[in-house]
Design a protein around this ligand. Structure first.
Ligand code: HMG
Ligand code: MG
Length: 301
């Protein structure tokens, strides 16, 4: 059967905005985070401590967290942030972050393009990050990108995905988010991959699913994940998003689409759909661009 409740892991301020060419002012980012928290989203990933030349849009990560600390106080330290390496971790720990995420790749080409490391070298980069984060009392999410397809390599061997994920968990990562970075995966593959992880000994409650909606398959993929027992789903308010280093990546699954879907199925999220729609509409106005989410368009039309 289906679970009675899920956790929606909001990635809009990070995955949603990282791909935007037009600079978004820090104050707008901070207001977006505040509105998403006020809508009841239990987790809002705020930004990335990556190299500012690699992702210029998020070069203000430190300033953003300082701004949010001014508004939210200690609660700002609960907002997860991406950290690829020790330099990123240092920047996050300076701000007292209690939740960090490393982001690995299942494929060789994307490891090189996104991290400037080989598939094998990425683990050497992450190991001290995970170890030091845990020692500092933070927990560590680990993303695995290109779980269902890669724009350069095509089909991805699911055994390679499981191996990537298991190595990250063995380092001490607390949660694994399986990413369909370019949105090519379909429901059969999702169920199959989750079952492979479980067969390899990964408790299903350690898994999260991260869908991009390029081919319009994201909600069908969520259903496959629910049926396989996964209860944490990444989504981006208004369906913003994409990865600047992944050719053909488009927006993430829209948070509003996920919430509408869950409402219909009687699955509790604790999130106020109307408030998320209002936040997305506000951001669309601030940026002068409509949201790509079907639900946002329907509810604001
Ligand atoms: P590199 O050039 O190999 O870095 O980049 P390096 O270790 O050789 O260091 C070079 C210089 O950069 C040094 O400075 C470092 O201090 C500095 P120098 O000594 O020359 O003056 N540096 C930094 N500065 C600030 N913050 C840092 C940092 N690191 C090094 N963290 C690196 C390697 C990993 C840093 C680079 O490749 C990078 O930043 N990549 C990030 C790419 C990215 O953010 N992609 C998007 C996120 S992933 C995603 O969206 C997928 C996901 O959503 C899931 C899915 O959909 O699948 C998560
Ligand atoms: Mg992503």
């Amino acid at each position: 059967g289906l679970p009675s409740a899920i956790t929606v892991y909001e990635v809009g301020p990070r995955d949603g905005l990282q791909n935007e060419a037009e600079p978004v002012p820090t104050a707008v980012k901070a207001e977006l985070v505040r509105r998403l928290l006020a809508a009841g989203l239990p987790v809002v990933e705020a930004t990335s401590f990556v190299h500012p030349r690699w992702v210029p849009q998020l070069a203000d990560a430190g300033e953003l967290l300082d701004t949010l600390a001014g508004d939210l106080g200690d609660a700002a330290r609960d907002l997860p942030v991406l950290v690829p390496n020790e330099r990123g971790l240092d920047r996050a720990l300076e701000r007292g972050c209690r939740h960090v995420a490393v982001f690995g790749s299942a494929t060789e080409t994307f490891a090189q393009r996104n991290l400037n490391r080989s598939w094998d070298q990425q683990f050497a980069m992450f190991a001290p990050v995970v170890e030091r984060a845990l020692a500092a009392g933070a927990d560590v999410r680990a993303y695995v990108s290109m779980c269902f397809g890669d724009p350069w390599e095509g089909d991805v061997d699911p055994d390679r995905v499981v191996e990537t994920g298991q190595r990250l968990l063995a380092m001490g990562a607390t949660q694994l988010s399986l990413g369909d970075t370019i949105g090519v995966g379909t429901a059969g593959q999702v169920g199959d991959l989750v079952r492979r992880f479980v067969a390899a000994g990964t408790p299903v409650d350690r898994l999260a699913l991260h869908f991009h909606d390029t081919y319009g398959q994201a909600l069908a993929n969520v259903l496959a994940g629910l049926l396989a027992g996964v209860t944490t789903y990444d989504a981006s308010a208004g369906g913003l998003g994409g990865c600047p280093y992944a050719e053909s990546a488009t927006g993430n699954l829209a948070t509003e689409d996920l919430l509408w879907f869950c409402r219909g199925l009687g699955i509790d999220t604790g999130v106020d759909l109307d408030a998320v729609v209002a936040a997305s509409a506000w951001l669309a106005d601030a940026r002068g661009r409509p949201s790509p989410s079907a639900v946002v368009r329907a509810l604001t039309g």
